[in-house]
Design a protein around this ligand. Sequence first.
Ligand SMILES: [Zn+2]
Length: 242
Amino acid sequence: MLEKLKKEVYEANMQLPKLDLVTFTWGNVSGIDRDSGLFVIKPSGVAYEQLKPEDMVVVNLKGEVVEGKLNPSSDTPTHTVLYNAFSKIGGIVHTHSPWAVSFAAAKMDIPAMNTTHADTFYNAIPAADALTQKEIEEDYEGNTGKVIVRTFKERNLDYEATPGSLVSQHGPFCWGTTPQKAVYNAKVLEVVAEEDYHTLQLTRANSELPQYLLDKHYYRKHGKNAYYGQDNAQSMTHAKRS
Ligand SMILES: [Zn+2]
């Protein structure tokens, strides 16, 4: 069942140690098949070097295991909440990457301070509230997803334009249209967190990007007028000729 997606999710998980985004087993990637409403996620606590595509666990949008010999990631309820709330995402990544965790521990948004940030994230990456004792005792992992969804609603953020969030005192969750893109976004988030940390050490001056530079970089890569890269090479040539 969903063998192609299992391979894709397996490969996305294997990218995490390669990109220095995880230590030990502290991370997971999932990917969803929207037609069947089933998602595939890494099993819980298996070392990356022992992981195989067939170990991936298939789960439905109620968070119930549909297929798999191993237990799914303990963060499966978080993924379930995010897939239900954010209907256009195709993949989710959770890591404890250290620069992102530093901002999460400080309960600080990752501000948009450079064009690397603006190329992928259209806003500051929010630090969603830390969970209350009640939320932790009641349904820790499910409420971790809910706190992200609540933050996006409260701040009126577009989850497609800001494809990731911190959870205060915990770490980053990122998403994308595919598991691979979610991993890409998780690495960008980690890189900009490190860069912002250093910027904040170097200056107390307001270094946040002006809106016009943020717009320039974000819309160069996203939306109908994007022109970065090769995807639209034909249409650009055509446009120039006409
Ligand atoms: Zn975690």
